[in-house]
Design a protein around this ligand. Structure first.
Ligand code: DX5
Ligand code: ZN
Length: 250
């Protein structure tokens, strides 16, 4: 089922508790926390102390997206602060296998993130280790950027790989998700929708969350109906009928 993960990057940092609670009332089921170090990306945001405060403000899982170099150094501190999900960038982790194990050893859900320029197939060997894969549909570092449609093919490829490899990792998308793009990302296979400016930009975070989620669920419903029709078509194909007749003739 499709879920909304409001990203507090676009919220008022002086009022994070209220922001998170409004997004939760609007149907958000995860809180997306963007951690930036001024090295891997040029922006700087927050770290474990803020996660510790957020932990007191909500019971929703905290989905921490680390846009930092050397994430291994901070993983114990994020675990102590109460982070639930931790995703690290493929591009920032030369020893990704070890980093994912390290997250798991700290009892958090390990995820991997890929930038727009990184191919999904580079993840094949570590897909069995991850709880979620986060596809960036903007270059990381800032909220409010334009959605990059090249992410759609990555979502489709991940769905394909998940089925082929019989895995069950979740597929998450981050960047430029808003009313005008959400239907296409859901249609392509995204299940967790990170949204910053579409939730905390203009207007009210609660109603923004609710209407974004409504559009996402409509797209999900349409996708499920299309899949049912296509599966029914396969079952009604002439081949099984011929096979049944052949069986009767024997
Ligand atoms: C960007 C962050 C995103 C950001 C998305 O580097 O990873 O989570 O909050 O913001 P919007 O939804 O405004 O594109
Ligand atoms: Zn993010």
């Amino acid at each position: 089922m499709v879920e909304l993960a409001p990203s507090i990057l676009s919220a008022d940092f002086a009022h994070l508790a209220e922001a998170v609670q409004a997004a939760e009332r609007g149907g958000g089921t995860l809180i997306h926390v963007d951690v930036m170090d001024g090295h891997f990306v040029s922006n700087i945001t927050l770290g474990p102390p803020v996660v510790q405060s957020l932990r007191k403000a909500t019971r929703l899982p905290l989905d921490c997206h680390l846009m930092i170099e050397n994430p291994d150094l901070l993983i114990p501190a994020f675990a102590d602060a109460g982070a639930d999900w931790i995703s690290v960038h493929y591009e920032a982790c030369p020893h990704l296998h070890r980093t994912l194990q390290w997250i798991e050893q700290h009892k958090m859900k390990p995820g991997v993130v890929i930038n727009p320029a990184t191919r999904v197939d580079l993840l094949i060997d570590i897909l069995p280790m991850v709880h979620h894969v986060l596809v960036m549909s903007v270059n990381p570092g800032f909220g409010g950027q334009k959605f990059l449609p090249m992410a759609l093919a990555k979502l489709r490829r991940l769905r394909e790989l998940r089925a082929e490899m019989k895995l069950n990792f979740r597929i998450e998308i981050d960047g430029g998700v808003a009313q005008d793009t959400v239907a296409q990302v859901v249609e392509a296979g995204a299940e967790i929708l990170v949204a910053g400016s579409a939730v905390f930009g203009k207007g009210n975070a609660e109603t923004n969350s609710r209407s974004l989620l409504r559009t996402a669920k409509q797209a999900e419903g349409a996708k499920q109906t299309a899949e049912k029709i296509s599966n029914a078509g396969k079952h009604n194909s002439p081949t099984p009928l011929r096979a049944r007749r052949a069986g009767r003739a024997r």
